[in-house]
Design a protein around this ligand. Structure first.
Ligand SMILES: Cc1cc2nc3c(=O)[nH]c(=O)nc-3n(C[C@H](O)[C@H](O)[C@H](O)COP(=O)(O)O)c2cc1C
Length: 159
């Protein structure tokens, strides 16, 4: 199967999660193209059998590049085998947030949806984001929590 993974990440965690997913799918002998939507847009969407779309969540919204990609390619995407994933700090609200951030048309058709974890890296964050994160989470330490089991499960559901 020829699979496209597109993602957007503010501080790099979603990129790590997307790379892990690429590894899982490639190990299953699928051809995988990984695209960071902040850097480029995929060409030839019609040539892929499946498309995976993922991003991190800030203040209840998925990254703007992901919203734009979904909006502009809605018709082409609804005809594909689809996977949708998020990276976000509120694990117990992950499912709720997945439903809120992706268009209904895509959610209804998705073969796989997933929560891939989160990271907090205070050194990388903007001043404002650091203040918000400290206030909201009450945590002072960096965190890294890649949900590898969820990624494996997602890969086996998709292809
Ligand atoms: C300012 C700020 C706002 C955030 N808002 C949310 C949120 O609304 N819901 C949530 O679950 N996680 C939230 N998070 C956590 C991020 O989604 C999480 O750290 C994610 O792993 C970031 O991934 P990225 O490095 O790919 O951007 C927020 C983090 C920051 C710094």
């Amino acid at each position: 199967m020829k699979i496209l993974i597109v993602f957007a990440s503010k501080y790099g965690f979603t990129q790590k999660a997307a790379e892990k997913l690429r590894g899982e799918l490639s190990a299953g002998k699928h051809g995988v193209t990984l695209i960071n939507l902040e850097e480029e847009l995929p060409a030839g969407l019609e040539t892929f059998d499946a498309v995976v779309i993922g991003g991190s969540i800030y203040a209840g919204l998925i990254r703007p590049e992901v919203r734009k990609f979904c909006r502009e390619n809605l018709a082409a995407l609804t005809g594909k085998r689809l996977g949708l994933f998020v990276c976000c700090g509120l694990e117990n609200k992950a499912e709720e947030q997945i439903k809120a951030v992706f268009p209904r048309e895509l959610l209804d058709r998705a073969t796989a949806t997933g929560y891939f974890g989160y990271a907090v890296n205070y050194e990388k964050m903007s001043f404002i984001d650091r203040i918000i994160m400290r206030l909201v989470s009450g945590q002072k330490e960096n965190q890294f929590c890649l949900r590898e089991e969820n990624i494996k499960k997602f890969a086996s559901m998709l292809a």
